[in-house]
Design a binder for this molecule. Structure first.
Ligand SMILES: [Zn+2]
Length: 361
């Protein structure tokens, strides 16, 4: 989505190290770190932010860097009213879309089920200290909750991802039990919709919640495994889209494959810089210090066939690289616990859906 260059992980890495670094701007080129592999067990010499800024401040800063810096700042300052308007307008559009293929009751149930799911994510983000949280509905697809985590961690990422489907599955069980007791058809319809959408979201596919749980617990550690997993899941998703003839899934497939070159670049740059950023500079994941921003932009551009100056794309990739550098990987016990809970919810939800379907006939 961000880049239309063809993707090859191995060739991409080789290309980046073989050719000389481009000079997107004088200072950026001067600030480029040498990408010598770091010996295992040998701590790299941290590049002090102050030391670098002394040299950089005397130079003219590339206008692209300034524009990216402004884009990063602006996107952090999204207004509450703007997010609220987007939520309401997208909700109305989604309801109109839902009405096209459903009865009035079916459309209302669909919107409420999606809203409960996204409110779960939103609440999880708010409780865990995310900023700029928002919910947006997407016709043909569903909805998405987003927010900025100033101190990203795998545990928080996985918990927020589970906060959407878990309440939905528990509510589905409650609806199933209530239908069993009362026989109200609306409860049966709600139960099926809750089980379907929330279990679907738990599938281990990007960008569904199950894929996000795996990303937070496993794939942030090994970016090449993440790329391979995305390719495999993209192909599976394409198969599901064809089988189910679901337009929304085609959108996901498009997103998965077009974002691969960008994901690969982000992973490579984060790997190259890992261990080089002093702890003090990594204190806030939502603010990239200028001297590191200059380096990240140059390194990203070095991995493009034609170094791009598209500000929105560079800002997005710079943010992703910086978040990876500030990311706290979960301990092994936390990883095991989160994965066990994730698998447990999938198994329990599936069994409950089958049982209620059989007994609610
Ligand atoms: Zn979700």
């Amino acid at each position: 989505m961000r880049d239309d260059t063809s993707f090859c992980g191995v060739c991409g890495a080789a290309r980046a190290s073989e050719r000389p670094m481009p000079a997107p701007g004088g200072p950026a080129a001067q600030a480029m770190p040498t990408e010598q592999p770091i010996e295992p067990g040998q701590a790299p010499e941290p590049l002090s932010a102050t030391e670098q800024s002394q040299e950089l401040d005397t130079e003219l800063v590339d206008p692209v860097v300034t524009a990216v810096e402004q884009a990063l700042t602006t996107s952090r300052q999204g207004s509450v009213i703007g997010r609220l308007v987007l939520f309401v307008v997208s909700l109305v559009l989604f309801f109109i879309y839902a009405k096209m293929g459903n009865t009035h009751t079916g459309a209302v149930i669909l919107v409420v089920v999606v809203l409960i799911h996204e409110l779960g994510h939103w609440l999880g983000m708010r409780l865990l200290g995310y900023r700029n949280t928002s919910i947006m509905f997407i016709p043909f697809f569903g909805a998405a909750a987003s927010g900025v985590d100033p101190q990203p961690s795998g545990i928080k990422h996985a918990i927020v991802s589970l906060c959407g489907p878990v309440p939905g599955i528990l509510l589905a069980i409650a609806c199933g039990a209530a239908y069993y007791a009362t026989g109200q058809p609306v409860l049966r319809q709600s139960m099926h919709m809750l089980f379907f959408l929330n279990l679907l979201n738990l599938l281990p596919m990007y960008p569904l919640d199950g894929g996000q749980v795996l990303e937070g617990t496993v794939f942030r550690r090994f970016y090449m495994a993440d790329i391979v997993f995305r390719v495999v899941m993209g192909l599976l998703l394409a198969g599901c889209a064809v089988l189910l003839q679901w337009k929304g899934l085609f959108v996901l497939v498009f997103f998965v494959f077009t974002s691969l070159p960008s994901r690969n670049r982000i992973g490579q740059v984060a790997e190259a810089l890992r261990g080089m950023i002093p702890v003090a500079d990594r204190a806030n994941a939502s603010r990239v210090p200028r001297q590191w921003l200059i380096q990240i932009i140059a390194m990203l551009q070095a991995r493009m066939k034609r170094p791009s100056t598209a500000v929105a794309m560079l800002a997005s990739e710079c943010r992703a690289v910086w978040e990876r550098l500030c990311f706290h990987e979960p301990a092994l016990w936390a990883t095991a616990l989160l994965l066990a809970f994730y698998v447990g919810m999938m198994v329990m939800g599936t069994i409950a859906w089958v049982v209620f379907t059989v007994f609610s006939r």
